[in-house]
Ligand binder design. Structure first.
Ligand code: PNS
Length: 167
């Protein structure tokens, strides 16, 4: 397959940290496109909960081997998503939507990105089992000792617990 024929999608996010809702969207994007670029976008002036290398490691290890071969994970600092799409040769952005609130947040960004370069955004309905799952909510629950098993990869659950009670 020549590079021009490859259909490549970008799945952008902070992934701080990856949740099982993210994993679901990445697997579904990989089923629809030849290649998926997981773009870990971060603001260099904000430290975040996990470092970029740690976030990337969590994503790598959360994906099954069969899928990982077609998924690239890259970090981008202080860049517009449309420029990332252009640089990696992606024709489409794929995002999961958990409901109306996500839609209200995502729609203007999708329209702005299309306005800027014509890149399209494809929304995938989030799996109902993860409707309530976001990185920020999971972090808050874990911070106060709540159980986030089944919402994030086990490794992430353990890393969140370690933040609470460093050994
Ligand atoms: O996981 P998040 O924090 O909801 O992801 C949001 C993200 C990083 C995808 C969004 O903020 C983004 O696209 N940032 C890149 C900068 C950019 O292009 N901003 C203009 C969007 S119209």
């Amino acid at each position: 397959m020549s590079d021009q024929q490859i259909r490549r999608a970008v799945c952008p996010g902070s992934y701080d940290p990856i949740t099982l809702g993210h994993v679901d969207v990445l697997l579904r994007a990989a089923a629809l496109y030849d290649e998926v670029v997981v773009a870990v976008l971060h603001n260099p002036s904000k430290s975040g909960t996990f470092g970029i290398d740690e976030r990337i490691g969590f994503i790598e290890r959360a994906l099954p081997e069969a899928v990982a071969a077609r998924v690239r994970i890259e970090a981008f600092a202080g860049r517009l998503l449309v420029d990332v799409c252009r640089d990696v040769g992606a024709e489409v952005v794929v995002k999961g939507l958990r409901g109306g609130t996500d839609y209200a947040y995502e729609l203007p960004m999708a329209l702005m990105n299309r306005h800027l370069t014509g890149v399209e955004t494809v929304f995938l309905p989030g799996a109902p089992a993860f409707e309530h799952v976001s990185s920020s909510l999971v972090k808050e629950v874990a911070r106060f000792g709540g159980d986030v098993s089944g919402l994030v990869p086990d490794e992430v659950r353990d890393a969140l617990a370690a933040l609470r009670s460093p050994s």
